[in-house]
Design a protein around this ligand. Structure first.
Ligand code: F0G
Length: 352
């Protein structure tokens, strides 16, 4: 990713490239989603789960870890709801730098926790939530040798803006509307920075309207106040006091977009719908952009931004941030009991 977008990133010939081949993820045109939106609109899904550790975090991490290596960091540290820790651990291993990840105990999806251990990070669980973990990490970062690789590190945002670059390059223009999940609010900030940059240099002639979605039980930006005890099945966005709150608000304002909420039920329904209708399996937090799209096209649900306000034939991009395999326990299914390996029995079991 750094090599593809070198001219737009804060790297020099002295910066080592710590990469796992991240970025260049699929932008998938979705006919069934488009049909649901109707009015000649096309919906495309930016499938960030296809990054090397299974989430969009790798775009920011390749740059943050490359810069930390350049600056001689001895240890990387981050707070995380899971994906940042998996990504930090992988890129730290790649760089040969130690890594400690500070996680809310009992609230990390199993696939992500497995990754942190497998990549060899020091895993520290705290009695508290992500916001508590980030508070500790901010103070650790003041110690010599430690580099924070959360999105409060500006290199993370700079790396993540490349997702917007890829979308503009692939479409030949910015989309009309962009929907994405919001947790710590770094990614929405990064996309907006990317769209603005390509607009400024003439690579796009317009900006998209940006619409962010928080889970109803952890929606500080939507509610306009810190949520002390955030709760949601979408553990990746279980955040009550986002670090990039202000820049996200600015992005929403400048893009004439909106922030909205989706319930856990809507998130799980959208997750299942996207997997079974478009073949795209994402983790619950990621499905909030799809749940949000469904809300936006249903005036009865009083969306913060109704898509009836957009022109016919609009291009709508939904970012889905992490792979479904990250959080297998969130998927609702009822395993069938085993039967005899007999053709008639198997046909009966198939049922169609
Ligand atoms: N989707 C997924 C899958 C995430 O892991 C996150 C954030 C978000 C959306 C929200 O992005 O924070 O930039 O607004 N995960 C962080 C973590 C907090 O620690 O992995 P954001």
């Amino acid at each position: 990713m750094i090599d593809r977008y070198r001219e737009y990133l804060p790297v020099t010939e002295r910066t080592p490239t710590i990469s796992l081949g991240e970025g260049s993820t699929p932008l998938i045109s979705c006919p069934r989603l488009s049909a649901r939106v109707s009015r000649g609109c096309e919906v495309l899904v930016k499938y960030e789960g296809m990054n090397p550790t299974g989430s969009f975090k790798d775009r920011g991490m390749t740059l943050a870890v490359s810069k930390a290596a350049e600056q001689g960091a001895q240890a990387l540290v981050c707070a995380s709801t899971g994906n940042t820790s998996a990504s930090a651990a992988a890129y730290a291993a790649r760089a040969g730098i130690r890594c400690a990840v500070i996680l809310p105990a009992g609230k990390i999806a199993s696939g992500k926790l497995v990754q942190a251990y497998a990549y060899g990070a020091k895993v520290v669980a705290i009695e508290g939530n992500f916001d508590d973990a980030l508070r500790v990490v901010r103070t650790l970062g003041e110690r010599a040798g430690f580099a924070i690789v959360n999105s409060i590190n500006p290199h993370r945002i700079a790396g993540q803006k490349t997702a917007a670059f890829e979308i503009v390059e692939e479409l030949g223009e910015a989309p009309d509307v962009h929907l994405l999940p919001v947790g710590n609010a770094g990614n929405i900030t990064a996309y907006w920075a990317g769209y603005q940059e390509f607009f400024r240099i003439g690579r796009a002639t317009k900006h998209p309207v940006v619409i962010g979605f928080q889970a109803a039980g952890s929606a500080p930006i939507f509610r306009g106040q810190i949520v002390a005890q955030p709760e949601t099945i979408a553990s990746a966005i279980r955040i009550g006091n986002p670090a990039s709150w202000e820049s996200a608000t600015q992005a929403l304002r400048d893009s004439k977009g909106a922030i909205d909420i989706v319930t856990d039920e809507e998130i799980l329904d959208a997750q299942q719908w996207l997997a079974s209708h478009e073949g795209i399996f994402v983790e619950p937090a990621s499905a909030s952009s799809i749940a949000g799209l469904f809300k936006c096209i249903d005036p009865a649900r009083k969306p913060a931004f109704g898509l009836s306000e957009i022109a016919e034939g609009s291009r709508i991009v939904c970012t889905v941030t992490g792979h479904g395999l990250k959080d297998p326990d969130a998927v609702r299914f009822y395993p069938a009991s085993a039967i005899d390996p007999d053709e008639a029995d198997v046909l009966r079991a198939i049922g169609f």
